[in-house]
Design a protein around this ligand. Structure first.
Ligand code: F0G
Length: 458
């Protein structure tokens, strides 16, 4: 590369307007929303970093593929195009389309879960954990110790603790139907898993005779990190690295709203014929016929095209660099963030930035609301609001109080991100003036989606 600036490797062909709002309007909007950013009208949000899931921009060629969609109930050629694209990267024998990732999880764990079962992962995503627990099984996270330390610079903080997994499989012999690996590790900060670690996980699974499945939502970002950071992987094609990851697994669940660049979609893929048959039968009950699952033919075509685009090196270089650009600028401004910067999001350490707000007064919520009021930026609290409440009604601080700024794919330009940086700097400079919150109404489960808050007096 001759020049330092990494540009967006696309030009804009279709645009959607952003509604400019005043600080006064935003203060009123967020108060009316009970200080819960999930309750806002999206039109009142200027830069929406709530999630990278389904919120990205599709390409010209994906929109063209949509026109090609065939909506036959059974045997649609769009399914063949989709399956071929999936198997090109993940050559599993059976490919079962679902409407999104959690539908694949629901089907898989309905077949494999149940009381007396226990399922380990580096870190289960919330829906994965919830779908496992719903069957009566237990979900356990066994990420390496560095993965729990926001300041650790370990290059693969998503790795599984191999010794812990080995001991776990010995202790729970006969009770573990599958080992999961989340790549990248979303709940742990968008951190990658190395090929070396996946190989070791595979070896431990073989030793205990347990299958290995990938929760592969951000597989291309993970493969790019492997190419950048893992000895011996430089110069390889990302698609080949993805195939290496797939070859180590027996199956996968997928949210195609992430790296496959879709606005909706997912799949379950696996090699075992008997399990696949049970999964297909459940699919027909809840999602649809096996050649469309929960999707329209046009969606299947858009995803097939997205899978080709996401392993492009120019795209991935820009994607990972632009996330790091935001994270590095915040660090330079003295705003603490989880390091190294992950693939799809920057995680602000609200507890470190707001030491005067105790965890049970929700520093992550205070920071997320402040970013919205100051600049119309919507992030997502990942902390005591999300994880602090327990089924017995008690409340304790979560391990960390973070605010995730997730970057939708190909959606915002560098000037949008420069604006985000400026807003964060302003909020950071006024950090001492921020106050905590109390919850005035909350549901029994998953309270972060609907709870209402009140600011505490200064
Ligand atoms: N697994 C991981 C690692 C995820 O990040 C998600 C979704 C899912 C599974 C479930 O997929 O939403 O298609 O049903 N993560 C989104 C997020 C919601 O904002 O991180 P889904």
């Amino acid at each position: 590369m001759e020049f330092r600036t990494i540009i967006e490797p696309f030009r804009i062909q279709s645009v959607a307007p952003l509604k400019m709002t005043t600080a006064q309007h935003r203060r009123e909007a967020v108060a009316a929303a009970g200080y819960n950013l999930f309750n806002l009208h999206a039109e009142d949000v200027l830069i929406d970093l709530l999630t990278d899931s389904g919120t990205g921009a599709m390409s010209r060629d994906q929109w063209a593929a949509i026109q090609h969609g065939d909506e036959s109930y059974a045997g649609s050629p769009s399914f063949d195009i989709f399956r071929t694209a999936v198997q090109d990267l993940f050559p599993f024998k059976h490919v079962i389309p679902t409407h999104q990732g959690r539908a694949a999880e629901k089907i898989l764990f309905t077949v494999l879960g149940g009381s007396e079962k226990t399922i380990p992962s580096n870190t289960h995503f919330d829906t994965t954990r919830a779908n496992i627990e719903y069957t009566g099984a237990e979900a356990t996270d066994l990420v390496i110790a560095e993965g729990r330390d926001p300041a650790s610079q370990h290059p693969f903080k998503g790795n599984m603790d191999i010794a812990a997994l080995d001991a776990y499989l010995t202790r729970n012999a006969g009770k573990v139907p599958v080992v999961m690996m989340t790549i990248t590790n979303n709940s742990g900060g968008g951190q990658p898993v190395s090929l070396g670690n996946l190989r070791e996980v595979r070896a431990v699974c073989d030793k205990h005779g347990v299958p290995l499945f990938l929760d592969a939502c951000r597989f291309a970002e993970n493969a790019w990190f492997i190419r950048q950071r893992e000895p011996g992987q430089q110069g390889r094609a990302v698609a080949d690295i993805v195939r290496d990851m797939a070859a180590l697994a027996d199956g996968m669940t997928m949210s195609a709203k992430k790296d496959p660049m879709g606005n909706i979609g997912g799949w379950l893929a696996l090699n075992d014929d008997a399990i696949a048959e049970q999964c297909r039968n459940l699919l027909i009950l809840t999602e649809g016929f096996p050649t469309y699952g929960g999707l329209a033919g046009r969606d299947l075509e858009a995803l097939a095209q997205g899978l080709k685009e996401v392993v492009d090196h120019d795209y991935l270089r820009y994607r990972i660099r632009s996330t790091a650009y935001l994270g590095e600028a915040l660090l330079q401004s003295g705003i603490p963030v989880v390091q190294p910067i992950g693939g799809h999001a920057v995680y602000l350490d609200a507890r470190a930035l707001l030491p005067h707000i105790p965890p049970l007064q929700y520093p992550g919520q205070a920071l997320a609301v402040a970013l919205y009021e100051a600049g119309g930026i919507r992030g997502c609290e990942i902390g005591t609001v999300m994880f602090g409440r327990h089924p017995d009604g008690s409340e304790t601080p979560a391990a960390l109080d973070l605010v995730r700024l997730a970057i939708p794919r190909r959606t915002y330009t560098q000037s949008h991100i420069d604006y985000v940086i400026e807003v964060c700097q302003q909020v950071g400079a006024n950090a001492k003036a921020l106050r905590g919150y109390r919850i005035v109404a909350e549901p029994k489960q998953l309270r972060h989606f609907t709870a209402r808050f009140e600011p505490l007096a200064g």
